[in-house]
Design a protein around this ligand. Sequence first.
Ligand code: HEC
Ligand code: HEC
Length: 240
Amino acid sequence: MPKFFTFLQSELMSRRIPNSLARSFRTLCLGLLSLLTPVSMLTAQDLKLGESLYQTCVACHGSEGYGNQLLNAPALAGLPASYVETQLNNFKNGIRGAHPDDQSGLQMRPMSMTLQDPQAIVDVAAYIAKFAPKEPADTLQGGDRKKGETAYALCIACHGPEAEGNELLKSPTLQYQSDWYMLAQLKKFKSGIRGTNPRDIGGMQMRPMSMTLVDEQAMKDVIAHIRHLSKLAIEEAKNK
Ligand code: HEC
Ligand code: HEC
């Protein structure tokens, strides 16, 4: 398939096109092709490279990307490549995980440094994006889902009615994320350990949202609702 696209592209480039109508048709075709090619040209080799780069990550995130609570390492399975790339770039550039009080972020940051160049980040993110997501186990207690539902009304704009996320808004899906990790991150956003670096475009959007959650109980409430929404969505997807 990728070969066919490259062939078509070079054909379109090399042919002498007689009139302007044909020329604009060519431009349109080239545009469409350039939209298609990056995806279809993601070669098996990039995934192979991604797989070998991911070996450094296995110790904490697990071979299938399900995370490890003992190590504070979140699940990566279910996250889109674009979000993974952004976070890896953020860690690497000290935009995330560089705050002196960010203990778990400080563990992750040196790991991002093992990814030498932008291509390595793209490759490992592509590999991660292929993991089959798994429903996380519940670990928190005492969250009031009904109260959380009210709080979540604000979150819908970016994370979606089913907590599915929104790639355009760079808001990650929360469906496969563990409750303990979400709680830790909400606390970090609220206290300014995450999302205060002026170059942290996504984090700066999320931080004021975390401020609407008055205390840990309010965080647990909204997380209980997120888990509820996620379970419904996962169930629905299974029955399709
Ligand atoms: C020493 C353990 C450890 C290793 C090894 C490790 N990580 Fe992490 N990673 C973490 C921790 C802990 C966090 C959570 C940081 C926080 O609390 O903000 C994290 C967070 C992340 C996130 C952010 C997820 C999110 O939902 O925002 C990504 C992406 C990530 N790691 C990818 C990787 C990749 C790719 C590798 C391998 C190159 C790797 N990690 C290796 C511990 C590790
Ligand atoms: C204006 C859009 C927006 C709204 C509204 C919003 N978020 Fe976010 N949220 C984001 C973005 C963007 C990120 C990713 C931040 C980054 O790039 O580091 C994020 C990240 C998160 C994370 C961390 C996920 C991870 O994998 O590390 C959690 C948890 C979260 N949001 C929960 C919430 C909750 C709960 C609400 C409602 C109280 C909410 N968000 C409202 C945009 C939003």
